[in-house]
Design a protein around this ligand. Structure first.
Ligand SMILES: Nc1ncnc2c1ncn2[C@@H]1O[C@H](COP(=O)(O)OP(=O)(O)O)[C@@H](O)[C@H]1O
Ligand SMILES: [Mg+2]
Length: 576
């Protein structure tokens, strides 16, 4: 799964860097100026010694002083400039990556979300891009500034004495192999640190969403211990990654030590012999001392890049995931008669078979009820009808056309769904109800709320403008369900799917809402899942499911007369 670095770079360039080339080029230019000041400074040391200190040239002292000051001013301005530009660009690049990730993740299948829990995805979208944000600066400035500094300093050193230069840097090539090894290690450990960070985020997500359950069951210590274990893994990996990265500049210092000692020995003897001036030696010495600084930084860039690459690879892995729900190139038109048929449908979550050859038809304009014990696969049928996933075998048709031949967005537009766990968002209730029906008028909105028996909305402090709270947490279960029903009513789509739509309501509200839903269902293809069999008696057809199969179907009276599973379920409830 290791993407080649060139692939990562071309993706970054194409999607995130190319449109900022102007700003990046300006930053690189300023970095080059800052880098060149190092060479200039070491070059000025020679006249400082040979003309000012030793030559006692009073004219030269002024120009050398001014030149040194000028170099520092240039460095200050260039350094400030590129840091400001980069800080801004780094934020924007990370923001762009986040946008790209989010947009892509939303296209993926439910199967992807089962493998990748919310916490882990949050860590990918936010954590991995944040890691990168901290690495752009060092990487780019090393490339812009340190490469130029290195070249200019080496130029000065070579200009003074190529043999000295050679002695000083002869050890550098020895580093290539260990540096490559270290980089690899940094990348691997950084990847496992990011992996652990995702696990930490998942744990936190679970704890905060399950906080009431944790308190009620006294599981605080258990959860803390789980978190500690995850954290220990993260700390270990992160520490390994950081210490491997820190070893890179340390290695370069070791080579520097050998180089300096060599030049000191050889050059020192030459000065004593009078073949070289003190100014030349000092200039060279400063140049070499300064050379190792950018060299070390370029070395840490190797580490930073290896860490960045771990994050980039994780992002790329998500972006490379494709939904298996292909949209047909030339979609068939949506059929006018909206009957729904399952033909020998098989479906499995990972390896767990859920539907094992389910077949039935929900006739156009009629109400079909799905009943059966919990776990029979009823909700899964709704998932497949709305193409959250495709069946493994068999087919599902709408008006005789395979769902896979229809445009996905158009297909989903045919459904109003009240699911078992319809999501609300931390936006005004009105906005929540309008999801999927943006063009509805206020009058329609009020009617939908009234039909859903959601009169409570009017009594809230800001009425329909009251925020629903994150994941609808400001509302009770029954209130959330009524908002979800209002949403489905307002959407007013040709097919109505109701999955335990009134299960959280009290008997009185249920009666009212059931009436509104019955009114809405009139003339529409409706499929209802309900545990309370009293609510499905009126259905045109009742489909009985068990263990992923349709075991019986017919009207209430037919099924009771036949005395199968339905009759058993009905009698059990009737006794209650
Ligand atoms: N996300 C999932 N991952 C794995 N198995 C699942 C998942 N969702 C449901 N199942 C399994 O599929 C079966 C049918 O689930 P479902 O369709 O929700 O049943 P019903 O709505 O009839 O109660 C259950 O046995 C359940 O364990
Ligand atoms: Mg269900």
């Amino acid at each position: 799964m290791v993407a080649p670095a060139s692939g990562l770079l071309s993706w970054l360039w194409r999607d995130h860097l190319r449109q900022r080339w102007g700003a990046l080029l300006a930053a690189l230019g300023l970095m080059a100026v800052e880098g060149a000041t190092a060479g200039l400074l070491s070059w000025l040391i020679r006249p400082m010694f040979d003309q000012v200190f030793l030559g006692e040239d009073r004219g030269a002292v002024v120009y050398v002083a001014l030149a040194v000051a000028g170099v520092f001013v240039a460095r200050a301005l260039a350094g400030f400039g590129h840091r400001v530009i980069l800080a801004r660009q780094a934020e924007r690049i990370s923001a762009g990556l986040q946008r790209q990730m989010l947009a892509h993740v939303m296209t993926l299948d439910l199967a992807f979300f089962q493998i990748n829990p919310p916490g882990a995805l949050i860590e990918r979208v936010r954590g991995d891009t944040a890691t990168l944000r901290g690495l752009w600066g060092p990487i780019l400035s090393a490339l812009g500034r340190d490469v130029v500094a290195l070249l200019s300093l080496l130029g000065v050193a070579l200009w003074i004495d190529w043999l000295w230069t050679l002695i000083a840097i002869v050890g550098v090539p020895i580093l290539i192999l260990p540096l490559a090894r270290l980089q690899n290690r940094v990348r691997q450990t950084a990847a496992s640190a990011r992996e652990s960070a995702a696990l930490l985020a998942t744990r936190l997500d679970e704890v905060f969403h399950g906080i009431t359950t944790i308190k009620l069951t006294g599981s605080e210590a258990h959860e803390s211990a789980r978190y500690d274990r995850a954290q220990a893994g993260y700390l270990r990996a992160q520490f390994r990654s950081e210490s491997s990265a820190a070893a890179i500049p340390a290695l370069i210092d070791l080579v520097a030590a050998a180089g300096f000692a060599g030049v000191m020995l050889y050059g020192g003897l030459q000065i004593m012999d009078g073949t070289k001036t003190l100014g030349e030696f000092m200039s060279f010495f400063v140049a070499m001392a300064l050379v190792f600084e950018p060299l070390r930084r370029l070395g840490s860039v190797g580490g930073a890049w290896a860490q960045a690459r771990a994050s980039l690879e994780r992002m790329r892995a998500v972006l490379d995931q494709q939904t298996s729900l292909a949209n047909p190139a030339r979609p068939a038109p949506i059929p006018p008669a909206q009957s729904l048929t399952l033909q020998d449908v098989h479906f499995a979550y990972a390896d767990a078979a859920v539907l094992q050859g389910a077949s039935f038809t929900a006739e156009a304009g009629q109400t079909t009820a799905l009943v059966g014990p919990s776990g029979a696969g009823k909700s899964t049928v709704f998932h497949l009808l709305t193409r959250m996933a495709d069946p493994g075998r068999g087919r599902i048709t709408l008006g005789g056309t395979d769902l896979r031949d229809l445009d996905l967005a158009l297909l989903r537009r045919q459904f109003s769904v009240v699911a078992q766990d319809t999501a609300l968002f931390d936006e005004p209730i009105a906005t929540n109800v309008r999801m999927g029906a943006q063009s509805a008028t206020d009058v329609d909105l009020q009617r939908a709320l009234a039909d859903a028996n959601a009169g409570f909305v009017a009594t809230l402090p800001q009425g329909a403008d009251t925020p629903a709270g994150p994941r609808g947490s400001a509302l009770s279960g029954g209130q959330r369900q009524r908002i979800a029903i209002a949403r489905a009513l307002l959407r007013n789509a040709p097919i109505l799917l109701l999955d335990e739509a009134t299960s959280a309501l009290d008997a009185a509200s249920e009666h009212l809402v059931a009436e509104a839903l019955a009114r809405l269902g009139q003339g529409r293809t409706t499929i209802v899942i309900a545990h309370r069999l009293s609510t499905v008696r009126q259905a045109d057809k009742i489909v009985v499911m068990d263990g992923g199969r349709v075991v019986d179907q017919g009207t209430h009276d037919q099924l009771l007369a036949r005395g199968g599973l339905y009759a058993d379920l009905y009698r059990m409830q009737f006794k209650e």
